[in-house]
Design a protein around this ligand. Structure first.
Ligand code: HCR
Length: 407
């Protein structure tokens, strides 16, 4: 750690040339460290709550599928370029510890309350699971994701493993969303930023299929972060809608050659996420748990960063060791791992059936061993937290972490 204190960008880039694919283990100089942990990234799905609930307001399944596609496209800027915009370049997020939480909600005059629960469900490999629910409109998103990385030709390539699934209560409809592959450019110049590549598929249980192709720098426009998307009804080659533009800026929706809708980030500011004040947060909540590390990062004090991070990491190692000795495992607060998820299975079957006729690669579920299982939001666990029946269990878990940290 200390060796990195005086690291220049060039020596950092040289060091990543030999890294082992585990992004979490990559040591970065202080100026590239972010104060936010990866468990916070789940919030990027819903920074436009109005668009998140918009599909539930459409009675026509085709319009619903289009609204889901539009919402998904609107999330990309927050997911993949917001750090760049706010902090001047991409940063290395904190590596969440097992059981780390990020809890909050959005209040929107139109959408009402949307609740976010994000939990680190695996540390090796790192996997974050999330549930985002708007009860008023009956819209629910859940998913889990991890990353596999490699370095080649001055670029960090990141394959995402996992998936997201949206449910609309009123129509008992599901949407399976695959996660795009990305790479980090600009490393040579010390200004890393994300570019998306390949494609994302959104398969609905009602039989609509959206494909988003990330084209990077547009051939004609020369602009970066470009994409083209199409919406089709499975079983037919007809393209119902096309959407194209820049995921960091704006896009237009066309039916045939006629523009029927558009979206621009300039005209759609994000809704801030409401979090409890740090002192009222649970000790396992991300901002509270990492507060001292965040202060050290602000100061640019590498020794202090290292010391504060080590306290958390050592406590976690000690907990895992104890669990092993006692033959126990860490009980996830809101999620459970399953071997099979039938709702996802049905959507995958649909996507596989139609990918051939649509000429796109079959959508497959990543090997669950890469994410330590298939992670689903566990409503029973959630009810137990809300009703207070798990109070003793949660208190004991927090005490264990605190005791290990105090050592
Ligand atoms: C690759 C990345 C960590 C993972 C981030 C993910 C894939 C996490 C899940 C979110 O839903 C989507 C998402 C968005 C981020 O763009 C992506 C991050 C971008 C950079 C970060 C690397 C670990 C940072 C490497 C350090 C650089 C600055 C050299």
């Amino acid at each position: 750690m200390a060796a990195m204190a005086g690291t220049t960008w060039t020596s950092f880039v040289k060091s990543i040339a030999s890294f082992n694919g585990d992004l979490a283990s990559m040591t970065a100089p202080p100026f590239i460290l972010s104060k936010a942990s990866l468990v916070e990234f789940s919030a990027y799905w819903t920074e436009h709550p109005k668009l998140f609930v918009a599909p539930a307001k459409e009675s026509d399944p085709e319009k619903r599928a289009l609204a889901v596609l539009k919402w998904f496209l609107s999330t990309l800027k927050q997911q993949y370029s917001s750090r760049n915009e706010k902090l001047g370049s991409e940063k290395k997020p904190l590596n969440p510890f097992l059981g780390e939480l990020f809890l909050g909600h959005w209040d929107d005059p139109e959408a009402g309350k949307t609740e976010l629960i994000s939990e680190q469900v695996s540390h090796h490999p790192p996997v974050t699971a999330y549930s985002i629910i708007n009860e008023k409109h009956g819209v629910k998103l859940q998913g889990y994701n991890g990353q596999k990385a490699s370095f080649a030709s001055m670029t960090i390539n990141v394959k995402q493993v996992g998936l997201a699934r949206l449910h609309i209560d009123a129509y008992d409809e599901d949407y399976l969303i695959t996660l795009p592959t990305l790479h980090i450019e600009g490393l040579v110049y010390g200004t890393p930023y994300v570019e998306l590549e390949k494609s994302t598929i959104i398969q609905s249980s009602s039989g609509y299929f959206a494909k988003i192709e990330y084209t990077g720098k547009g051939w004609v426009s020369g602009k970066k972060n470009c994409f083209n998307a199409t919406l089709q009804k499975v079983g037919s080659k007809d393209i119902l809608y096309t959407i194209s533009g820049q995921w960091t800026d704006s896009f237009t929706v066309k039916k045939g050659k006629t523009e029927v809708d558009s979206f621009s980030h300039k005209n759609n500011p994000t809704t801030p996420l409401t979090l409890k004040p740090i002192e009222e947060q649970d000790p396992l909540e991300s901002r509270r748990a990492w507060a001292k590390v965040a202060v050290a990062i602000d100061k640019g004090d590498y020794e202090e960063i290292g010391m504060e991070k080590s306290k958390i990491e050592n406590a976690q190692r000690e907990l895992r060791k104890k669990e092993k000795e006692e033959g126990k495992t860490w009980e996830r607060r809101y999620f459970s791992s399953v071997e099979k998820d039938s709702a996802t299975g049905k959507l995958l079957d649909l996507a596989a059936k139609y990918s051939v006729s649509l000429g796109v690669p079959a959508v497959t579920l990543d090997d669950p061993s890469k994410t330590n299982g298939i992670w689903l939001f566990d409503e029973k666990k959630y009810e137990g937290v809300k009703s207070g029946t798990r109070e003793e269990e949660l208190k004991a878990a927090v005490e264990k972490v605190e005791a290990a940290t105090a050592h």
